[in-house]
Write a protein that binds this ligand. Sequence first.
Ligand code: DAH
Length: 340
Amino acid sequence: MIETLKHLEQEALAQIPNLKTEQEVYDFRNSVLGKNGSLTAVLKGIKDLSPEEKQSVGKISNELRDRLSAAFEARLTGIASERVAERVKIEFEDVTVPYPEKPLGKAHPITRALFEVEDSFKRMGFEVLESKEVTTEYLNFDAVNVPASHPARDMQDTFWLEGKGNVLSTQTSSMQNVILKSKSPPIRVIIPGRVFRNEDIDATHENTFYQVEGIVVDKGISMANLKYAIRTMLSDLFGREVSIRLRPGYFPFVEPGVEVDFSCPFCSGEGCRICKKSGWIEFMGAGLIHPNVLREGGLDPDAYSGFAFGFGLNRLVMIKYGITDMRHFQNADVRFLSQF
Ligand code: DAH
């Protein structure tokens, strides 16, 4: 019987490493150690042995059962760790491997230039407000001294909205009255915004573009303050000192009105391709706020004075970056945008 037991153990131990799954281990363990297993079958013959033999066979069979149980347990542990190893092989991610670079988005050149313009004005104590894209006929025209007969009201220039006398803002000057009514002097504000005109589009004209309006109102404000503010902003933007030149100009909301030029930052006024050999770049309209506009905004023109200006941001960005076609700004072409 001891021989049979030894044989049984060897067979079982040889078989165990081949078991692939937990279920196979359970089944095989049951077929050896279970109630109806092969070990139990062999031990049934124990009743025919002498008392001494019973004792030694009993001891041997208990040790054998322990060894086999341990071998089954070890196989179960082995299968579990093999499974973990297998999953690690499939699922392992090395988080330290460099990730393929994805192109990052960035701000539009107009937005970038606007941030620079805003920063410069903020350093001079200006507040930044945003203009409204849809406004009223009153704010866009009447409130800034544009009489009903003014050509700017011509259907060709303005996008009129159906219904209640609303328009798409044709100029950020439509915010002047809002500012004058909602703030009290001293007022120092710039108002960037998107404006719309019913124009044919070409390299230098868009129906949708950006302006920056500026309004300063206090006691004793003069053209000198205007010159200083604009010179400072432009010098900041181009990273070198520029000079300012004023020429007479007509705008209904200012008196006197001026056209503002600045010295070409690329040739320092000597004359180059960008300034068309003149040394000067035409920049914007400005002037001292018309008494009618102050009055319409609820301010006494005898007590307060102020300046206003409005410039096109698109053109300024074109000059700064050497862009020759305004249509690029709206095209959303990454080949253009990624250059900035
Ligand atoms: N709103 C004018 C335009 O769109 C620009 C302008 C000129 C604004 C003179 C002003 C100003 O505030 O004083 O052409």
